[in-house]
Design a protein around this ligand. Structure first.
Ligand code: TYD
Length: 195
């Protein structure tokens, strides 16, 4: 079982992951992981994030390389052992974020980014989407990287909505404008019910 957490910057994903870990909400053998990863591929992604002039197509492939390594090193082996995996961001982040950065380059950038993944990725079984408006997201995130502006996050959010529309059974939407404790409680309930 592969569970992913998705949402705009500032939606509270990291606090939800901490709550899942702290409250024994999931089986002890659960692998907690994240994208971008802590590998050197993830370091390359973070370098690109810090570069306002990075080419968005090159950036897509850096994130995608990080995802391939993540699947090979962490997600794949854990699932093969039969252990649950919980990932803080995963492939939908690429579809939503790079689908937005590349919107001027491709007629349907989201579909293009998906097509790059489709032949080899492992889709999640359940995705918790922390839903927050772009203004709140940008304000909470504090614009620490180039993606954290309300305008850009509005495009990202639209892409998430498209993904949810296309796979309503995989997504569980949680209202992330609620007080953080309500959000983390709800996420714990959803994930614990699944694992
Ligand atoms: P994030 O998980 O928010 O990292 P941190 O906890 O360090 O803030 O991810 C960093 C940024 O990378 C975030 O703005 C979202 C973006 N991102 C993409 O654009 N595409 C991707 O595929 C992933 C995984 C993240």
């Amino acid at each position: 079982m592969l569970v992913t957490l998705e949402g705009l910057d500032g939606s509270g994903k990291t606090s939800c992951i901490e709550a899942l870990r702290a409250h024994d909400a999931v089986p002890a053998e659960t692998t907690f992981t994240r994208e971008p990863t802590g590998s050197w591929y993830g370091d390359a992604v973070r370098r690109s994030l810090a570069d306002g002039d990075a080419d968005p197509l090159a950036e897509l492939f850096l994130y995608t390389a990080d995802h391939a390594a993540h699947l090979a090193d962490t997600v794949g082996p854990a699932l093969e052992r039969g252990d649950p995996v919980v990932s803080d961001r995963y492939s939908d982040s690429r579809y939503a974020y790079q689908g937005a950065t590349l919107s001027g380059r491709f007629e349907d950038a989201l579909a293009f980014v998906r097509s790059v993944h489709r032949p080899w990725t492992r889709p999640p079984d359940l995705t918790v989407y922390l839903d927050v408006d772009p203004e709140t997201a940008a304000e909470r995130a504090g614009a620490t990287n180039k993606f954290e502006t309300a305008d850009y996050l509005a495009d990202v959010r639209e892409n998430y909505e498209r993904l949810i529309e296309g796979a309503p059974d995989r997504f569980v939407r949680v209202d992330a404008t609620q007080p953080l404790e309500r959000v983390t409680d709800r996420v714990r309930e959803v994930v614990a019910g699944e694992l």
